[in-house]
Design a protein around this ligand. Sequence first.
Ligand SMILES: [Zn+2]
Ligand SMILES: [Zn+2]
Length: 266
Amino acid sequence: MGLEITHLGSGSGGNATLLQTEEAKVLIDCGFSGRLIVRRVARCGVEPGAIHAILLSHHHSDHVKCAEIFHKRHGAKLFANFTTCEKLGFDPVNQCRIFEALERVQIAPDLSVLPVPVPHDGAENVGFIINSRSNGRAAVVTDLGEPTDELIDHLKGCAHISIESNYDAKRLALGPYPAQLKSRISGRGGHLSNRQTADILEEVIGPHTRSVVLCHLSEKNNAPHLAESETLFRVENWSGDLRVSTQDGPEFSHWLGQTEAEILSR
Ligand SMILES: [Zn+2]
Ligand SMILES: [Zn+2]
């Protein structure tokens, strides 16, 4: 079946992405209530008990809300780095499998992930580079104030990229947030603006890039058409699939390693 990537929803109200291969079903982040996650994975035809693992990017509640409950109720293994595990009060021996930065984590024979550290204030956040045998590489990266050279290098080889495009600089500057919060969001440890995301994509997108999803859009400081047009303007010669993920997924899926006929026959 290749690798299937479905955003179950993204934004400050919650984030979760479902990865499916022949041999594994995995959530990247689990930032909704338990009931909502179960409902959303069910819409993808997946029973909650079939989820093997939950990979946590960092400890902020919009990424981890029901992680512990889901693990206890449905048996999914938790994976996080030590700081995230510690901040959430998880037992690093019995409850959570700890990964190191840039340590390849083998989830199943046909699925491994590489956690790449990214700057995000007060959190040891990681983006995930996903490898699925011969199906190509994918990336899911949110909550970073700026990219690192390491991240850029990893994104360059990806056939699918999900990346945050959090705020429009003008909307943030003119918006209602207090000055301190505005500078935190736009600072090195905050979030990516539409412009920064477009810069990154312009650098990393190539003929091998089949799809891009812009995610974690701010409701107050952004709008889907602003994020989309900023990126489209910068990658105008690219003919892949560009989508915007909103808070109320799942709206669409992307497949790597499948022919058009296989996708249509599902
Ligand atoms: Zn977040
Ligand atoms: Zn965060």
